[in-house]
Design a protein around this ligand. Sequence first.
Ligand code: MN
Length: 415
Amino acid sequence: MKTWIQVPENNDFPIQNIPFGIIAYDQFISPATRIGNTVIDLSILADFGYFDALDLEDLSVFYQPVLNDFISLGKNKTNAIRTYLQNLFSLNCDDLKDNAEVCSLALKDVDSVLMMMPVAVGDYTDFYSSIEHATNVGTMFRDPGNALLPNWRHLPVGYHGRSSSIVVSGTSVYRPKGQTRPDENQPPIFGPSKQVDFELEMAFITNGKTKLGASIDVNKAEDFIFGLIIFNDLSARDLQKWEYVPLGPFLSKSFGSVVSPWIVTLEALEPFRVKGPLQEPQPLPYLQNEGEKNLDIQLEVFIKPEKSESNLVCRSNFKYMYWNMAQQLAHQTVAGCNINTGDMYGSGTISGPTSDSYGSMLELSWKGTKPLILSDGSSRTFIQDNDTIVMKAFAKKDNLRIGFGDCLTKILSAT
Ligand code: MN
């Protein structure tokens, strides 16, 4: 499928992608999609009747400042809208191409708009589903012989995170202050974290609402997954180490988590399905699913110091996940927890098998013992003030590339 919109080579947004996001320009905030480096304001298309043929009853979803209501339409309708947009922008369709007035209003260069949070996140869960990551952390902090805790291979470990501090790519985040205890023989001290870290994650966003007490069948769970984004779960390792016992991370992971602005639908990622790792022992029946449940999405992390160039520090892949998204959602709801449209579910740090594929500075610098040397000669064990962290994610197969754009954030000095 080809489009009449110019798409540069190796762009993340060919016509096969059609992601959804929220753009802001002048006095407008609107739902949008993107092809190449052109964003398309869906509210303008709605103004001019372009969605009338779809029998949507309520066009107000194209005028909201978040995508929650749009996603709530359900997959039947959102998929129909996606397909309709693909047709509208395909090379052989003149319906919009020849309408200069609407094109001039609806089509904008991506650099001329601001990207906003795509959804209002009601609830946010963070899993811990990469076996390489969990093994590395267990090896560093506990016992290399028993790196995984006894529950790890039996359930997707997770915790309920903080949704208010989830921000969109481009938002700067202040270095957090808090309690740490650098000397175990001394009382804790208060001050800026010295170990700010990124966590390379993907997150999925749910569509649909379930009732309290209901659970989602693992084989139907993907029907509740609208799409995915890149998720940088910023973490302060020194705060985390002191505070996390016994209830898990608290302030060390709620000072800012950064998401990429475009939600790439599960449907756009269909061609990139692969089988996940063998699960041994076999999970309990409510977690059993078969087939290609993982996604081959290449992941990269860059650190850009204030005054020098960007450095690639990690290359990983979403396909390494031990527990897949359907299993995570089945587990989330099996006790009766209800879900809502717009909830976000982080995968947990995605590390690969090799030391250049670890998804956090904690692992890349092995607890600070192996500094990374950057191209400007400076070294990093953790993130420094004014460093910008950039995450990229894209799937590639034959001549098709479906990507997510950048997820970037700059760490500012503590206030
Ligand atoms: Mn995390």
